[in-house]
Design a protein around this ligand. Structure first.
Ligand code: UT7
Length: 324
């Protein structure tokens, strides 16, 4: 039997129309455009309107990816949505997205690995396709982090944004996805977290309200180390020297973290896809949205070699090496 590989057949993204600039934030908390730009690289971010939810952006991203791949709802036989901000606990976001798109009967589930969720979902879908369990997978990373942000806390509220990115995956005779690499270490759980879940009973049950907590500079240091390690791991697994990479599509948390990873690879910043300035940190949505931006503006071309990487709460981190 000939080996089966996975290829990206189409990409898409969905963003709220509403944009919050650094200047807007200067009026909300004690911060400056200069501080936000110099520390994070962020200039603006998209924020969901009151009547919008994560599912709206996931649906838009999915429709765009399906159109790009030229597939319809009947073709899709696996749906995975990476998210930490589901519209509801259940039905899971995969099922809610199925209903929006008119997809019936195939496996559909949500996956929670914080900012690395999309890479985790890509890894799982790749295995479904290579083993013949799926022929057309819809993979989405979507977040509305604005709903878990404390808008009075300047150390976090300037960083996050909302949106969703999607890819459609299909079998192919040649890779495609060359390799995926997933890691996690729960010992870092207290550095970046959203405290409330359903099962933990809060003291004031009827006033449950929580926000993202982050020890920024400590997260920063681990992120730089782990991302530096994982990009090398992905290249070594494929015996690929860094100069053979056409593009790095990194998680868009902080420009300085991205620059550190590029330096590790000795890659010029011209070969790095950057959306952090426009999108902020959108967690699991950041990599597929950045990929879609560069595919649609023509920078990423078929046949090119691309390294995706992400790092987030957990901590989780991962990478995928792809021939687009
Ligand atoms: O998505 C995956 C996980 N997340 C990340 O990877 C994010 C990782 N961390 C970061 O990106 C950076 O640590 C931040 C952008 C969050 C912060 O940058 P930093 O250079 O690590 O700054 P810091 O937290 O050490 O804070 C430096 C100073 C502090 O003042 P003092 O104590 O030095 O007087 C903060 O109070 O900056 C102050 N500060 C601010 N000042 C103006 C913190 N937030 C702000 C703000 N505006 N918004």
């Amino acid at each position: 039997m000939k080996p089966v590989y996975t290829r990206i057949a189409g990409t898409g993204r969905g963003l709220p129309d509403k944009i919050l600039t650094n200047q807007d934030l200067e009026k909300m908390v004690d911060t400056t455009d200069e501080w936000i730009r110099s520390r994070s690289g962020i200039e603006r971010r998209h924020i969901a309107a009151d009547n919008e939810t994560n599912l709206d952006f996931c649906e838009l991203a999915a429709r765009n990816a399906m159109q790009a791949a030229d597939v319809g709802p009947k073709d899709i036989d696996l749906v995975i949505v990476g998210t930490t901000t589901p519209d509801q606990v259940f039905p899971n976001m995969g099922c809610l997205l199925q209903r929006r798109l008119g997809i019936h009967g195939c496996a559909a589930f949500s996956l929670e690995a914080a900012c690395t969720g999309f890479i985790y979902a890509l890894d799982i879908a790749d295995k479904f396709i290579r083993t013949g369990s799926a022929k057309c997978a819809l993979i989405v990373g979507g977040e509305t982090l604005s709903r878990m942000t404390d808008w009075t806390d300047r150390s976090t509220c300037v960083l996050f944004g909302d949106g969703a990115g999607a890819v459609v995956l299909e079998p192919a005779a040649k890779p495609g996805i060359l390799s995926t690499h997933l890691h996690a270490d729960g010992k870092y759980a207290d550095l970046l977290f959203f405290p409330s879940g359903v099962s933990k009973k809060p003291k004031d049950f009827y006033a449950r309200r929580d926000f993202i907590h982050m020890k920024g500079s400590e997260v920063f240091k681990v992120a730089v180390t782990k991302l530096g390690e994982i990009v090398v791991e992905a290249l070594e697994a494929n015996d690929l020297p860094p100069e053979k990479l056409d593009w790095l599509v990194p998680h868009q948390a902080n420009l300085r973290i991205i620059e550190a990873t590029a330096r590790k690879l000795k890659m010029p910043m011209e070969k790095v896809i950057l959306t952090v300035q426009d999108h902020g940190n959108t967690s699991t949505a950041s990599v597929p949205m950045a990929l879609d931006v560069a595919v649609r503006d023509g920078r990423i071309q078929r046949g090119q070699t691309i390294l995706l990487e992400a790092f987030g709460g957990g901590f989780t981190w991962g990478a995928a090496l792809i021939r687009y």
